[in-house]
Design a protein around this ligand. Sequence first.
Ligand SMILES: [Zn+2]
Length: 232
Amino acid sequence: MNFHIHSTWSDGTYTPEIIVKEAIKRKIDKIAITDHYFTQKTASLPAKYLKMYVEDLKALRVKYGQELDIYIGVEIDFSPRTDIDNLPDFEGVDFLLFEYVQDELWDGYPLWMLLKLRKRYKQPVILAHNDISKNFRDADYVSLARVMESDRIGIELNTNYNYTKLDMPFYRLAEDFFRVVREYNIPVSVGSDMHDDLNELANVEDALTFIQELKLDENFKLFLKEVEPNER
Ligand SMILES: [Zn+2]
């Protein structure tokens, strides 16, 4: 499985169909295409293309649905680079990734702003590649987990090398936090943030190992359940 992949709809190298075919070849069961929603940071989906994006991915679901599950996501740059006040309703999108939440280095908006925005959406809302041990270093993890549970915010285990420090992925640097997370109904997702290297499609093994090590299975199952369009 891999729930964080970019295609030519934003700054990825490959079309969704090439990605889907490659995933089938590699016997991956579930993938999500999660292109960037319009941001000044990078090539991204303007509002007027959002519908086409969803239709394109739905067509692939019809074509390849027997061979693997395809989910539709978007990644939102939660910073002044995005017009946060005018985000669309993301009809047909299965889940929303928010990057840079409370990340000062990237001018990320604070978590409380996301809690407010989150109420507008029925889909799962997930913190993408968040450096919890830095961005929430002053937070009490129990309080943070309680807020995430009550306001239905999930968290992603992102295996991309960009989200490591000294070869350690951000989630491994936040083990203390994840030991708290497993006590709460907080969805946990996995993804590699693939852009231009098809080998990255299968690069989620360490995240799946981490789920076993930290006993986050129920959190992962919760994500899988919530991301199903029929569950909402
Ligand atoms: Zn991404």
